[in-house]
Each structure stands twice: as structure tokens, then as C-alpha cells.
Design a protein around this ligand. Structure first.
Ligand code: ADP
Ligand code: MG
Length: 321
């Protein structure tokens, strides 16, 4: 198909160029070089129209978010991003849409000096898969399984905005003009916490990114580590936009169970806590301590001003198969 050959040209002629890419787009394979004394971190995420993004989402957001969620996974391991590849399934050749898509794709890659090194383009339902690769020094990656009783639990940024943004788009809630734009943008253009991730390497015990909701994702850490935790709901960081739009109680619910925020949740032991706060402050990353890990395996104890807090059982987004 001729048009799709044009798309490949399009991808080949733009974007950041790195010295460690020996052979980029245009051949059968890309050839790259991993620096000495670094390990390679690799992650893949697929986004399908109508499942992972709204069918009428702006093209710029579709591409931006696909890059963001992959860089977020690298960040959650403490890896520094280097290369991405893109497998793109397009229903038709819509030049304006593709133009916007490509602009969205290159925004984060430019910002983080990441190079698009290859991919595949096919005709089919709108869907895209990105594989991202990055570097992490040996034995510094943030694993889910390293939390220990006594560790403090932190989260970057604010929680719940993206979920509220999605509900605004679906017409489930209403917001003032000013908050509306902010919350919708948090849904369409999530910020991967790349610098936070690399800053946490030597101090945090574990890390994960919040894709399915705080409760669901923190539970992954607790399960993998054989621990439990107490989380103080009243300490969850929520934006004033979210707070003003839905009130405190609903804001907590969004913060606990809405997905797609792509903030990092991590744990740190008492000894490293000061160092961690210093390195995050140096990186200009906001992080909030929301609770503590304990030895009560499998239990997540939610507290609101020290009273027990119950969250609906259906909280946290999980795909049904
Ligand atoms: P082949 O038939 O050898 O698999 P293709 O015709 O699929 O090659 O692709 C040609 C070149 O364009 C390859 O280097 C491939 O990596 C690149 N490419 C194809 N589609 C994309 C895309 N969506 N994004 C980035 N690179 C792409
Ligand atoms: Mg191919």
C-alpha cells in the first residue's frame, strides 16, 4: 500500500537522533548499543481504540499517551528511556489525523531524547503497540517484590485527575471551564515520571506506576512482597481542580481507584528516607508520604483521620476477559 510507505518515510525523517543507534528506521532491523555497565529494561504496551482510549480521542493524545505509558513503565523500574518502536494499525489513510498523531508521538521523545528506531504499519482497526527500551545500572532497578515492613509509602504528583477527566469526557460529571481543561488534559496527556524514577534508584525499595488505580497497583507491590500496608486516605495528594469539582469524598475515591494517572508509587525504608526526599527535591519532583508497609500479608488498611475507611469492592480498573 503506497500511502503506508509514505508513513514510514514520515517516521524516518523526523524525531530525535541518538548516537547509540547504529542503524535506525529503513532496514530490516534496528541496531543499537547498550552502554557498558548498564542493563537493558524493556516494556511493551498496546492501546486499542474504544478500549484503552476513546474512539474520538484526538490523534495527538493517542500517540502521546502511548509513548507516555511506556516511558512510565520504564520509570517505574528506575530505567532511563532510550528507544521506542511502534506497531501501528490504521483503518484508513487520513493525512490530517496522521499528521497530528506524529506530532503527538514526537513530543515526549524529543523531550526525553528518545529515538523511534522502527516499527510496523498495517491496515486494520485503530490500535498501536509501543515497545520502549531503556537503561538501568545493574542491581538498582525498582522491583515490586522488595517492600519490607516499616517502609514508608510515597506517591508522586496528584492522584485521581485522569479518572475525573475521563468522567467529564463521558458526561458523567461536570466541571467549571478552567478545571475541565486541566482534568481532561491529565487524561489525554499523562506525564511519565521519568526523572522521579531514575532519582529513586538508589534509595527506594520498590516502585510501580499507577495505571489501574492506587489500591490496585499498591496491592501488586504488597502481594509481590508478601506484606500489608496502612494508607491514610486523608493524606492522598489531590489537585485543587479535582477537589473543587467533586468535593473531598469523591476526590478520595478517584484518588484510590481511578486509573491512568501514571504517577509513581514507591516504598523506602526509614534509613533512606532523608536521602530520598533530598534527591526528589533536587529533581523538583513532588512526592507525598501516604502510609506505611507492615507485616500483615495481603491486607491494605485504609484510614480516614484514623477511622477505618471502606472502599467499594469494584474499585480499580481491571480488564475483563
Ligand atoms: P519489513 O517489510 O522489512 O518488515 P517494513 O516495510 O515493515 O519492513 O518497514 C520498513 C522500515 O520502516 C523498517 O525499518 C521499519 O522498522 C520501519 N517502520 C515501519 N512502520 C513503522 C512505524 N509505524 N514506526 C516506525 N518505523 C516503522
Ligand atoms: Mg514489517
Amino acid at each position: 500500500m503506497k500511502e503506508f510507505d509514505l508513513i514510514k518515510q514520515y517516521f524516518a525523517q523526523r524525531g530525535h537522533v541518538r548516537k547509540d543507534v547504529i542503524l535506525g528506521i529503513g532496514d530490516d532491523c534496528a541496531i543499537t548499543k547498550v552502554p557498558d555497565n548498564q542493563h537493558l529494561a524493556v516494556t511493551t504496551d498496546t492501546l486499542i481504540s474504544g478500549v484503552h482510549f476513546l474512539a474520538d480521542a484526538p490523534a495527538r493524545s493517542v500517540a502521546y499517551k502511548a509513548v507516555a505509558v511506556n516511558l512510565s513503565d520504564l520509570a517505574a523500574c528506575g530505567a532511563e528511556p532510550a528507544w521506542i518502536s511502534l506497531s501501528l494499525s490504521l483503518p484508513s489513510y487520513d493525512e490530517a489525523w496522521i499528521d497530528e498523531f506524529v506530532n503527538g508521538l514526537y513530543e515526549l521523545t524529543e523531550y526525553y531524547s528518545v529515538q523511534l528506531i522502527g516499527g510496523d504499519t498495517v491496515t486494520g482497526p485503530l490500535a498501536l503497540t509501543i515497545t520502549a527500551q531503556g537503561f538501568v545500572p545493574p542491581d538498582t532497578e525498582l522491583r515490586r517484590s522488595n517492600a519490607k515492613p516499616g517502609d514508608w509509602i510515597y506517591v508522586t504528583g496528584n492522584l485521581g485527575d485522569a479518572g475525573a477527566g475521563l468522567d467529564i469526557l463521558k458526561g458523567n460529571i461536570e466541571a467549571s471551564a478552567e478545571h475541565r481543561d486541566y482534568l481532561i488534559n491529565r487524561h489525554y496527556y499523562p506525564t511519565p515520571r521519568v526523572l522521579a524514577g531514575t532519582s529513586l534508584r538508589r534509595t527506594a525499595n520498590t516502585g510501580i506506576d499507577v495505571s489501574d488505580g492506587l489500591v490496585a497497583d499498591l496491592s501488586h507491590i504488597l502481594r509481590a512482597s508478601g506484606c500489608g500496608a496502612t494508607v491514610h486516605v486523608d493524606r492522598l495528594p489531590v489537585s485543587s481542580a479535582l477537589f473543587d469539582t467533586v468535593g473531598a469524598q469523591q476526590a478520595y475515591r478517584y484518588a484510590l481507584s481511578a486509573g491512568d494517572d501514571y504517577e509513581l508509587v514507591f516504598t523506602v525504608n526509614e534509613e533512606q528516607r532523608g536521602n530520598l526526599e533530598t534527591s526528589l527535591a533536587n529533581a523538583n519532583v513532588k512526592a507525598t508520604c501516604i502510609g506505611q508497609v507492615n507485616g500483615y500479608t495481603g491486607q491494605l488498611d485504609l484510614r480516614l483521620y484514623d477511622a477505618k475507611y471502606e472502599l467499594d469492592k469494584d474499585a480499580g480498573y481491571e480488564h475483563q476477559f
